[in-house]
Ligand binder design. Structure first.
Ligand SMILES: [Zn+2]
Length: 157
């Protein structure tokens, strides 16, 4: 899934759970659960490092949305809340970061995690159903919107 989806759902999870260790663990579980849903990815196993501008754009969009919400909702003064949101974001991105380290920095010891992570996807890496197109994006859009609505309107913080 795109990083924006993971960032927003991780932030929503962090905003909802007081214990930061629980946030960290559950954010990783949430990432893996989300990856079991059908979705397209803009990078695949053949992607080159020069395609990583897409990752930068994706990270910038997700992090800007959360930052805008933090300002809009006046959460800056609440340190615990901010810590939990940041923890949720960090650990929601962590599984994809390990794939990056494995593929591009050659950290071969991460292979079991990479294989587990890749195995959760319902369509094969590089297949048509994993192409980055709108008809493969239902769950990304749904989870992103649901997390945005939750952060904006339902979250007590
Ligand atoms: Zn993933």
């Amino acid at each position: 899934m795109i990083l924006t989806t993971h960032i927003l759902s991780g932030a929503a999870l962090g905003a909802n759970i007081p214990n930061p260790y629980a946030v960290a663990g559950l954010s990783i579980v949430l990432h893996f659960l989300q990856d079991t849903l059908p979705h397209g990815d803009y990078l695949n196993k053949k992607s080159r490092l020069r395609e990583f501008w897409k990752v930068a754009v994706d990270l910038a969009i997700g992090l800007s949305l959360v930052t805008a919400i933090v300002f809009y909702k006046n959460w800056l003064s609440d340190e615990v809340f901010l810590t939990n949101i940041s923890t949720g974001i960090f650990f929601s991105l962590f599984p994809d970061f390990t794939t990056f380290l494995y593929r591009y920095l050659n950290m071969k010891f991460l292979r079991p995690i990479k294989d587990f992570h890749e195995g959760l996807h319902c369509y094969e890496n590089g297949s048509r159903r994993r192409e980055f197109r709108i008809e493969n994006g239902f769950w990304d859009i749904f989870i992103t919107l649901a997390s945005l609505l939750f952060l904006l309107f339902l979250c007590a913080g």
